[in-house]
Design a protein around this ligand. Structure first.
Ligand code: ATP
Ligand code: MG
Length: 180
């Protein structure tokens, strides 16, 4: 499964709509300090459902909305769309291309969309389960994550291997069934 595209509008330093295309092979983002490199990584984690404003380097969720500059007025909402190639069918939806969108308003309310249709965060999470993508996935390795993994207890570390083996959804379903 491949990341094809990222669109941001009103997200952090990206006031206007910005579209980044990812070709096959390695993509590197370079630029001077403060130009928005880490904001791109934040946008990816955010659209995949990140709920912690602090891990996105803010105080509250509203901080991801473009706050304005001397010449540009603030935006009322932030929107990010991430597009994956699903030709291999890793996500169990009948689409060759999957677009996940998240939108947040100044009120703090978030909305999620799957190929432009409104959905719940739960739907996004289920879709990403066992793909390696997402907050708990191994596709995003942040600073300090390797150290964290090495110092984790066995059970905590097992989660990562379960995700890689593609069995998280079965454990989650079992846990949900046991709750009922
Ligand atoms: P470095 O090389 O130092 O790591 P970077 O390219 O990773 O820099 P970022 O941290 O992505 O830079 O971007 C920081 C910039 O984003 C700052 O100028 C900050 O003011 C701006 N920024 C963050 N949140 C917002 C927001 N809500 N509205 C407007 N600008 C924002
Ligand atoms: Mg940075």
């Amino acid at each position: 499964m491949r990341l094809k595209k990222l669109e941001m509008k009103g997200f952090k330093s990206f006031a206007q709509r910005v579209e980044l295309g990812f070709e096959t092979g390695v993509t590197a983002v370079v630029g001077p300090n403060g130009c928005g490199k880490s904001n791109i990584a934040d946008a990816i984690r955010w659209v995949l459902g990140e709920q912690s404003a602090r891990s996105l380097r803010g105080q509250k969720m509203e901080d991801v909305i473009f706050s304005g500059t001397d010449r540009k007025k603030p935006q009322g909402l932030a929107e990010v769309t991430i597009v994956f190639d699903n030709n291999a069918g890793m996500m169990s939806v009948p689409y060759q291309e999957v677009a996940i969108t998240r939108r947040v308003y100044r009120s703090g309310e978030s909305e999620y969309f799957l190929n432009r249709d409104r959905c719940r965060l739960k739907d996004v999470k289920e879709l990403l389960m066992d793909t390696g993508i997402g907050k708990e996935g191994y596709s995003i390795i942040g600073q300090g994550r390797i150290d964290e993994l090495l110092s984790q207890r066995g059970e905590e570390r097992r989660l990562l291997f379960e995700e890689a083996a593609g069995i998280v959804k079965y454990r989650t379903r079992k846990e949900e069934a046991e709750k009922k």
